[in-house]
Ligand binder design. Structure first.
Ligand SMILES: [Zn+2]
Length: 213
């Protein structure tokens, strides 16, 4: 190995290390694919706005959402791969409380691929509060997708992982400032980079619920 070759290899290693450091420092780009099952037959216009809202929320965490409309394609007919998640919009929730807007189904290790959003309850909450249904639908979708990346016991009182959405939380949602916290963002990106789901012990499911005084 000559001097030039050694220097070139060293330079490559340094550059590679610099790129890796830069990525870790900035959080790097991360992407998830959301396979959307529109069982509730929500209009395309509402879906588009809700997707945009959820995408905006995740973008603030440095995570890009790629949406796949499963009613338009057969590519959803497979077991979700790495960084793929299935979000179903269903008319009614199967849980007892009318205040629950959605649910994420999590395994023993806190991992999960599937979440539901309950359309009728979101509509009722939007009507009662006077806030945007489309924005609320997107925010609930982001909350449930957050569970799939953060596991259970991921609730926080600081941002979108707040478990109970009282009027003050909904006001933040309406203003567009209901986001993931910095720690949640880092945890989600770590999860997408392949880190194990170790921080949050298991439950079978987790949900977003609202309480509008
Ligand atoms: Zn929740």
């Amino acid at each position: 190995m000559g001097f030039t070759e050694s220097c070139a290899r060293l330079l490559f290693v340094l550059l590679w290390a610099a790129v890796g450091w830069s990525s870790a420092e900035t959080g790097g780009a991360a992407e998830i694919t959301v396979l959307l099952l529109n069982h509730a037959r929500v209009s395309r216009d509402v879906i588009s706005h809700s997707e945009a809202e959820a995408t905006r929320i995740f973008s603030a965490s440095g995570i890009h959402l790629r949406w796949v409309d499963c009613s338009q394609t057969l590519v959803c007919h497979h077991v979700p791969g790495a960084n793929e998640f299935v979000l179903s919009i269903v008319a009614d929730g199967r849980t007892s409380s009318e205040l629950v807007y959605g649910v994420a189904f999590l395994g023993p290790g806190g991992e999960g691929k599937y979440a539901d959003v309950f359309l009728r309850r979101v509509e009722a909450a939007a009507n009662e509060s006077g806030f945007s249904e489309q924005r609320l639908l997107g925010a609930v979708a982001a909350h449930e997708l957050g569970h799939l990346l953060l596991g259970t016991r991921a609730h926080s009182y600081e941002g979108i992982m707040c478990p109970v959405w009282k009027k003050a939380v909904l006001q933040r949602m309406e203003m567009g400032s209901l986001l993931f916290t910095k720690d949640e963002s880092m945890t989600m990106k770590g999860r997408l980079a392949g880190e194990p789901m170790g921080r949050f012990p298991a439950f079978t499911k987790a949900s977003a619920r609202g309480l509008i005084p």
